[in-house]
Design a protein around this ligand. Structure first.
Ligand code: SF4
Length: 297
């Protein structure tokens, strides 16, 4: 069979397409990433889109097409058994790190997040490291909320530290940092700073306690980056409070605008996320923002 894979807008190598590629290649199918209407005549197409605002590709093949990803359909699932245990075809993108997940699901229901709709509210084990790791130095994990099952998290950290890999995590949940989870996390080599989130008041009480617990277990605050969601349901005073509190505690705040077209959110992100600018001026004195306000006055 002649199979075409269309990656509409992924920022990193697309795991679903790498798995589709592996599955079809194992069956002897011809697989190609991308579609050229002049030369390609596929019999089956997989198209993946992450963002719903991304326009459709200019050309789509005239054959059966399975569309998936958060930009198309939250309920779409890949038609393969034991999907999370298919070793991805990393050659599709020339990807030199492993990507995968141990778990799916998250017990929380943050109103801006698609995870509960896609993966459910129950955290469940779906794969082991050997299912998606092929000896690479770095492993990128896409778990929704891996700490929500502390025992599972500790077991997974054991697999990662035994393999000696360097890990890039999705944002971890600061509310779930305990001595048990912090100790396990400290055994894993980190490829980058460890990401958490301070999205709203439900995390207020956990920030100081979590950073202290991590520090006590050997993970110092400067190794932590916190996503700070702005523009969803917070005030500018609360936004600044979160940014400056994290800075005071020695962690790194990273503003995530909910609506990038909003001038306040955009300017706040540019100011906070550029550490040279952040350290050299306050947001009120940040020139592009001061200029914008003057023009609007
Ligand atoms: S904790 Fe994270 S994964 Fe879970 S619902 Fe909230 S944003 Fe989504």
């Amino acid at each position: 069979m002649n199979v075409c894979l269309i990656d509409v807008d992924s920022k990193i190598p697309n795991l679903a397409l790498m798995r589709a590629s592996a599955w079809h290649k194992q069956r002897g199918d011809y697989v190609k990433l991308g579609y050229d209407p002049l030369f390609d005549v596929p019999e089956l197409c997989y198209a993946s889109k992450v963002f719903d605002y991304t326009p459709e590709p200019e050309y789509m093949p005239d054959c059966e097409t399975l569309k998936g990803g958060t930009g198309y359909d939250l309920s779409a699932v890949m038609p393969f058994d034991d999907y999370d245990r298919i070793m991805p075809d990393y050659s599709l993108y020339g990807c030199d790190y492993a990507i995968g997940r141990f778990t799916r699901g998250c017990p929380n229901r943050c109103p801006w997040c698609v995870v509960p709709k896609m993966d459910g509210n129950e955290v469940r084990h779906v794969a082991d490291l050997r299912d998606f790791w092929d000896g690479q130095r770095v492993v990128r994990l896409l778990d929704d909320n891996i700490m929500a099952d502390a025992d599972e998290f500790c077991r997974d950290c054991g697999q990662l530290s035994d393999a000696g890999v360097h890990v890039i995590w999705e944002a971890l949940d600061i509310r779930l940092v305990t001595d048990q989870t912090a100790k396990a996390l400290a055994t894993v080599k980190q490829e980058k700073s460890i990401h958490f989130a301070w999205d709203g008041h439900s995390q207020d009480d956990a920030i100081g306690r979590g950073i202290e617990t991590l520090s006590k277990n050997g993970i110092k605050p400067w190794r932590l980056m916190f996503y700070v969601l702005v523009g969803f349901n917070t005030t500018s005073e609360y936004d600044m409070h979160r940014i400056m509190t994290l800075h005071r505690l020695g962690a790194n705040p990273f503003v995530m605008p909910f609506d990038k077209s909003d001038p306040y959110q955009r300017h706040l992100a540019r100011w906070c996320n550029n550490k040279f600018i952040f350290k050299s001026t306050t947001f009120d004195n940040y020139e592009p923002w001061a200029k914008y306000r003057k023009e609007c006055a």
